[in-house]
Design a protein around this ligand. Structure first.
Ligand code: KIV
Length: 270
């Protein structure tokens, strides 16, 4: 497993960091086998696996259930767990209790929280010993306000994002995920910050990249964002299932090869 120190050294040496989401045991096993540096148990779980409309419906219990399976599948990978909507930003005690539960019960290496308003929370968690990854730019938990579109695409908003990035670093964030922002701005922030900046829809000049497992593999994807590249095609699973269905209906399956052939009925009737 990469340590935080090693991830930091990767940034310092300009070695790119890879991150991908995973939500269950088999996907975690695949990600670990691919030597990806970091797994994110993202709240994109809501849309990719649970059939929710957005990340807003995801609960602490949902994330914990899936993160525990991911840890079982990837015992040797640095895992970041999302703090879901409503589990932070309420009051200090409630926020911290949720952070402790998520961190302690999932055996993750860090938690990730969306938004520039959470500097105090990042500080409190850091003081407790909980490493926090900040997430700025497009923050999907605020989709009701910002929509799914590029952020910080004018001078004022760009300067604000730079200020916010400094603020979360200053508060103790160990890493920053930067989503759907212009690539020149993402490059500037990556160069200015000491902590690793992981981009998604933020161009190639960040310290690393993150994508959603289901997007990479075209697995049940209903809408694909501009910044997604598909590397595989799990949609062929539907063809396989249709063929299975057909073979059951035609009595083609199971064939001899899939059948136990030992004769026992003679013995039974003797
Ligand atoms: O939940 C998620 O998958 C994320 C990534 C898009 C960064 O937060």
């Amino acid at each position: 497993m990469k340590t935080l120190k090693q991830l930091q050294t990767m940034k310092d040496n300009q070695e790119k960091i890879s991150m991908v989401t995973a939500y269950d045991y088999p996907s975690a096993r695949q990600v670990e086998a691919a030597n990806i540096d970091i797994i994110l148990v993202g709240d994109s779980l809501g849309m990719t696996v649970l059939g929710y409309e957005s990340t807003v419906q995801v609960t602490v219990e949902d994330i914990m259930h899936h993160a525990k399976a991911v840890r079982r599948g990837a015992p040797d990978t640095y895992i970041v767990v999302d703090v879901p909507f409503g589990a932070v930003g309420v009051n200090e005690q409630y926020d911290l209790e949720n952070a402790i539960r998520l961190y302690q019960q999932t055996n993750a290496n860090a938690i990730k929280a969306e938004g520039a308003h959470l500097t105090k929370y990042i500080k409190n968690c850091s003081n407790m010993g909980i490493p926090v990854v900040s997430h700025l730019g497009l923050t999907p938990q605020s989709v009701g306000i910002m929509g799914y579109k590029m952020q910080a695409n004018n001078k004022e908003a760009a300067l604000q994002l730079i200020e916010d990035a400094y603020a979360v670093q200053q508060a103790g964030a160990i890493m920053l995920v930067l989503e759907a922002v212009p690539s020149d701005l993402a490059r500037e922030i990556s160069q200015k910050l000491q902590i690793p900046v992981i981009g998604i829809g933020a161009g190639k000049d960040t310290d690393g990249q993150v994508l959603v497992y289901h997007d990479i593999l075209n697995y049940g994807v209903e809408h694909q964002a501009k910044f997604v590249k598909q590397y595989g095609d799990f949609s062929i699973g539907s063809d396989a299932l249709a063929q299975y269905n057909q073979e059951v209906k035609n009595s083609e399956f199971p064939s001899e090869a899939h059948t136990y052939k030992k004769q026992v009925m003679n013995e039974v009737t003797e």
